[in-house]
Design a protein around this ligand. Structure first.
Ligand code: HEC
Length: 133
């Protein structure tokens, strides 16, 4: 008799655990499906990129807050560059003239931006930001 009661207690426990598991599964689905949760997502490739933030975090220290120049030259001339030329300069240190930029200018293909590999979206946003200054 005693064994039978323990058995049904065990079954009851398993059923309760399953109910909790299913309940939290659906709670999780509801929470991750929420529309305003998107603002909390970390930046991912393809997400909109804030060119000003990329510039401030990676370039302003040398080129000045408004790209007016500092350790590195002012970047006004860059406004006329094609995106391909801009990428070559920033990622690989190749000036459009063919000149190799001094090594003080980081090779962002190697260092990355904000500690992660530079994305095409970041490069597009950076150039657009500089062109808007
Ligand atoms: C550690 C300082 C430093 C940082 C950080 C830096 N640069 Fe530079 N940059 C330089 C220096 C110095 C030069 C000049 C190199 C030369 O002419 O040989 C340069 C040159 C350039 C040039 C070529 C400009 C021209 O007219 O010849 C571009 C474009 C450029 N940087 C863009 C950027 C961008 C965009 C960032 C941020 C993603 C950045 N740099 C971050 C120091 C830096």
């Amino acid at each position: 008799m005693g064994a039978g009661r323990e058995f049904s207690a065990a079954v009851g426990f398993v059923a309760l655990a399953a109910a909790i598991a299913v309940g939290s599964y659906f709670t999780g689905v509801r929470m991750s499906g929420g529309g305003d949760g998107a603002a909390m997502q970390p930046p991912t490739a393809g997400a909109p990129v804030n060119g000003q933030a990329v510039y401030a975090g990676n370039c302003a220290g040398c080129h000045g807050a408004q790209a007016e120049g500092g350790v590195g030259p002012g970047l006004a001339e860059v406004k006329t560059w094609s995106e391909g030329a801009f990428r070559e300069a920033v990622l690989n240190g190749k000036h459009p003239s063919g000149r190799t930029l001094g090594t003080v200018m980081p090779r962002f293909a190697q260092t990355g931006l904000d500690g992660a590999p530079a994305t095409p979206e970041q490069m597009t946003a950076l150039l657009a930001y500089l062109q808007g200054l």
